[in-house]
Design a protein around this ligand. Structure first.
Ligand SMILES: Cc1cc2nc3c(=O)[nH]c(=O)nc-3n(C[C@H](O)[C@H](O)[C@H](O)COP(=O)(O)OP(=O)(O)OC[C@H]3O[C@@H](n4cnc5c(N)ncnc54)[C@H](O)[C@@H]3O)c2cc1C
Length: 416
């Protein structure tokens, strides 16, 4: 058997969090290796994050990708409005009006403003920056299987996805950025406590809503029925690409028999709109946090350490905060100017942030699915009109924090 390759830092997962860590380590002059089981950063069209909050934008400055993110292509003149309705040609319930990027001021609590940059752009921006920086060896189609650690390092068993060949590398430190289903977290046996909030189904839909609707321009439509919010349309690129999500049940749905077209017709309120469903995925909404963020020489970051409902747009942002807090710890450990207690400090610093953001996100979701005061929303007549008016005002007031989470992003309490 040949000698085992030795590395300083192995990052498992080339999602936004793993790539941000690689970039920040590179900025500090530290080389790292990333293994990623998929075949490339641009191989999957994902209907996930688009809110890049103020703090993450500040980090993007440090990482040298601020302009790439701010100018990625999301229209600066698109108002961030949310429209509450029963269907797009059904009853109007209300509107949460929020300014477009060009009409917003940079808040005094931050050097940057919140931006929209969907993950279909953000992840490739990070991947290109890592490539440009030249400090990281990114190995796609390479899957982490398991690891064993001793006092001086971690032996990781990796599989080449295309050939099935398994080999070992030895790293001084390993960071699990392998997402919510983290194999590393499970391998280490770190408890993951929290709760499931049900399954959701999302489709990426190509449709020219601007042409079809007078309530546009807006960033989001939320569809409300007597049982609460059942679905939403959220723009991905600010143009013709939208994410249509439906709030699912406690059990997984069989996607092969699931009729998304029927729900799209329900959302449009008519059946003559041309659209194309590009992709449909089912995902689990949950709020879990790892009991600790490291074991020995292995650290957890991003969704591997915490999951939260997307209501608030905190998952990716919290994960990037994790690795920006971890990279200097790794530098200190590698260069010998940081002691072992720094390992604990990472959990102490970052876990409370995930708990707080997770709770905030679940609270936002509970407003979505609340069914109080909605029993007449589909009816005609003055009583139903009055219920819709009241509901619209309440939704707009209660949901402002979800779409303007400056306090959580900058860890300050904002009252204005
Ligand atoms: C509908 C929706 C909307 C969202 N909106 C927002 C938002 O607006 N703002 C926000 O901040 N967050 C949002 N999120 C959450 C955000 O998408 C996640 O928090 C973020 O992707 C987590 O990044 P990550 O790098 O930790 O994990 P992931 O993005 O899951 O990346 C993990 C990577 O690890 C790889 N991997 C997994 N296992 C292995 C293995 N064994 N070996 C090698 N590689 C492996 C995977 O292929 C993947 O590339 C949203 C999520 C959803 C579902």
């Amino acid at each position: 058997m040949g000698s085992v390759e030795t590395l300083d830092i192995l990052i498992v997962g080339a999602g936004p969090v793993g790539l941000a860590l690689a970039l920040d380590l590179g900025r500090r002059g530290i080389r790292s290796t990333v293994v990623e089981c998929s075949s490339g950063a641009e191989s999957e069209l994902q209907a996930k994050a688009s809110v890049i909050d103020e703090r993450t934008m500040e980090f993007c400055r440090l990482l040298g990708i601020r302009d790439d993110v701010a100018n990625a292509g999301y229209p600066d003149d698109l108002p961030s409005d949310t429209i509450f309705c029963t269907a797009m040609n059904g009853h109007y319930i209300g509107r949460l009006a929020m300014p477009s990027a060009e009409m917003r001021e940079v808040p005094e609590q931050s050097a940057e403003m919140l931006r929209r940059c969907p993950q279909i752009w953000f992840d490739p921006i990070c991947a290109r920056a890592v490539h440009r920086q030249g400090m990281t060896d990114v190995r796609y189609s390479t899957k982490f299987l398991r690891c064993d650690q001793d006092d001086s390092g971690v032996v990781c068993h990796l599989e080449h996805v295309n050939t099935g060949a398994v080999h070992q590398v030895r790293a001084r430190y390993v960071v699990a950025c392998d997402g919510a289903g983290s194999v590393l977290r499970k391998t280490l046996g770190i408890p993951f406590d929290g709760k499931d909030l049900g399954y959701a189904i999302s489709s990426i839909v190509k449709v020219d809503l601007q042409k079809h609707h007078t309530w546009i321009p807006a960033e989001r439509f939320m569809f409300i029925g007597p049982d609460g919010t059942w679905g939403n349309f959220t723009t991905i690129d600010g143009r013709s690409l939208w994410r249509f999500s439906v709030v699912g049940g406690k059990k997984k749905t069989n996607l092969s028999t699931f009729d998304m077209d029927k729900l799209l017709d329900k959302a449009f309120g008519r059946d003559d709109i041309e659209y194309e469903i590009i992709k449909t995925v089912q995902w689990r909404r949950s709020q879990y946090t790892a009991e600790r963020y490291h074991k020995g020489r292995v650290f957890l970051a991003g969704d591997a350490a915490h999951t939260m409902s997307p209501t608030g747009g905190h998952g990716l942002n919290t994960g990037i905060g994790d690795v920006m807090g971890l990279s200097w710890v790794l530098q200190a450990l590698l260069e010998g100017w940081g002691g072992q207690r720094l390992l604990e400090a990472y959990t102490l610093e970052r876990r409370p942030v995930a708990l707080r953001n997770g709770m905030g996100s679940t609270r936002n979701f509970s407003i979505w699915v609340d069914s109080k005061g909605r029993d007449k929303v589909l009816n005609d007549g003055p009583e139903a009109d009055e219920q819709r008016r009241t509901l619209g005002k309440n939704m707009a007031a209660n949901m402002r924090q979800e779409f303007q989470p400056l306090g959580l992003a900058t860890a300050r309490h904002i009252t204005g």
